[in-house]
Design a protein around this ligand. Structure first.
Ligand code: URP
Ligand code: ZN
Ligand code: ZN
Length: 469
């Protein structure tokens, strides 16, 4: 007689967004089919005694193979980026498919699928970036794509080549109102930033540390307030992504107190880095250039408070990797002349979960259910991944098994992304996802990739639970 399960994860401590309990997890045909004590035999068994059995991480803010300017190349394609994500305990990532000006969204998606399909080590699904909201994009393309399962899109209030003005944001939000899609907003005031960049360049202050001073908290706070107001006027839910400071977090809290359905997201860089990291650094500061920039110790504490108190629903990496010592990366020929030309973004998809586990759970700032909610369950709910982000019967068997005793020092040499540095080099963490299972298939075991093929699949998504309320 064949075993009742393909795989049994036995004797571990299961963590969900609400509970922590001892149980075996039985898996068949890629799904979780039973959770309980003393389950029957599996064709394969994993002894998880002394370890946590958690939903595989969902990183809903990742950039892979994204066009990033003339002669600039992102350090990760889908293969390296998802492999790195997998080693960091993730089983699903949501990268952005960027519409370039004049391009149709369908064209952008065709390119993106060609880059991703058959090459991913985690499941993937795409957000759209709307940079050219023409009447045909808003009237026909976007609604059709939402119906096809591309149910979220990001708009930018900054970056010369991506930003939308308020009228365009209102029109794009109106598509979300009509279709039930979810809008994500990058909140920084581009005109204020341009003004400050001009002042710095005139003064000859062009090294990377000026990046932070030209993108102050006030520019993010103002744009956050404006994005929330625009969403209120249109009457749609909105995701405020990569929040870096207390003032923007307060804007979210205030909008919620008016009854607005708002999702708040923050990222490891705002909990672990500050602008002071660049002091004494000359061009090496380019390794930390991302937007919004990390702030000071007080803002870092404010972001931790947001994690602890529920202002933030999502903890994502905003993995946006560029090689440092590379003419196609941070130190490109123009980037060596002014911080303005250093591509924005830092790597972090592999270190997101260990950092929050160690700094959050092990240091007692959050409990295990909150960790699971912030890193998996809420991402699935917010972005319409119905069979993901939970250890429950019927769910995809996407599981990370954590050794809470494992101590590591983060070294880029041990990571799997395509960059040539980690902004978290030298940070010590306790707890690591040592075994990762995707759709019932063991992918990583004892720090080795055991999957022979990139088994990740593209996943179309439902409407957000928020938009369906
Ligand atoms: O600096 C960053 N965060 N680059 C990635 C693009 C974005 O705005 O999310
Ligand atoms: Zn952004
Ligand atoms: Zn981003």
């Amino acid at each position: 007689m064949s075993a009742p399960f393909d795989l049994v994860i036995r004797g571990g401590t299961v963590g969900t967004a609400s509970d922590v309990f001892s149980a075996d997890v039985g898996i068949r045909d890629g799904r979780i089919v039973q959770i309980g004590e003393a389950l029957g035999a599996g064709a394969r068994e994993i002894d998880a005694t002394g370890r946590y059995v958690l939903p595989g991480g969902i990183d809903s803010h990742v950039h892979l193979a994204q066009p990033s300017g003339e002669n600039i190349v992102m350090a990760d394609d889908f293969e390296s980026g998802t492999r790195s994500a997998l080693f960091g305990g993730n089983t699903t990532v949501l990268p952005f498919c960027l519409q370039q000006k004049g391009q149709s969204l369908r064209e952008a998606l065709t390119v993106y699928h060609a880059l991703a399909d058959g090459r991913c080590y985690t499941d993937v699904s795409f957000h759209l970036i709307v940079s050219d909201p023409s009447p045909s994009v808003l009237g026909q393309e976007l609604p059709a794509l939402v119906a096809d399962g591309y149910t979220s899109f990001k708009v930018f209030m900054t970056y010369e080549d991506l930003r939308l003005n308020d009228a365009e944001i209102l029109d794009t939000m109106d598509v979300a109102r009509r279709t039930g899609a979810l809008v994500m907003v990058h909140c920084e005031n581009e005109d204020a930033i341009r003004y400050l960049i001009g002042r710095h360049e005139v003064a000859g202050d062009v090294a990377p540390r000026a990046h932070a001073t030209t993108r102050p908290v006030a520019a993010e706070r103002e744009a956050t307030h404006r994005a929330l107001s625009l969403a209120e006027i249109v009457d749609v839910p909105v995701v405020i992504v990569h929040v870096s400071n207390g003032a923007a977090a307060e804007e979210i809290a205030r909008a919620r107190s008016r009854g607005r359905p708002i999702v708040g997201e923050t990222c490891p860089q705002y909990l672990m880095l500050t602008a002071a990291d660049l002091e004494g650094m000359d061009w090496e500061g380019a390794k930390f250039v991302c937007s919004p920039p990390p702030r000071d110790a007080a803002e870092q504490q404010a972001c931790w408070r947001g994690i602890e108190t529920g202002i933030f629903d999502l903890f994502s990496s905003d993995h946006c990797p560029f090689r440092y010592d590379d003419p196609a990366g941070k130190l490109n020929p123009k980037g060596r002349q002014s911080f303005r030309h250093i591509p924005n973004g830092i790597p972090g998809v592999e270190t997101r979960l260990p950092i929050l586990f160690s700094e959050g759970v092990m240091k007692g700032r959050i409990d295990l259910p909150r960790f699971v909610a912030l890193t998996a369950t809420n991402h699935a709910k917010v972005y319409g991944l119905e069979r993901k982000g939970r250890i429950a019967v019927g769910m995809d068997a996407d599981i990370a098994i954590w050794d809470p005793a494992e101590r590591r020092t983060i070294r880029h040499a041990d990571l799997h992304d395509g960059a040539d540095y980690s902004p978290y080099e030298g940070i010590e963490v306790q707890g690591w996802p040592t075994t990762v299972v995707l759709g019932g298939q063991v992918m990583v075991e004892a720090d080795r990739l055991v999957a022979s093929t990139p088994a990740g699949r593209y996943r179309s998504r439902s409407l957000s639970a928020l938009a369906r309320r």
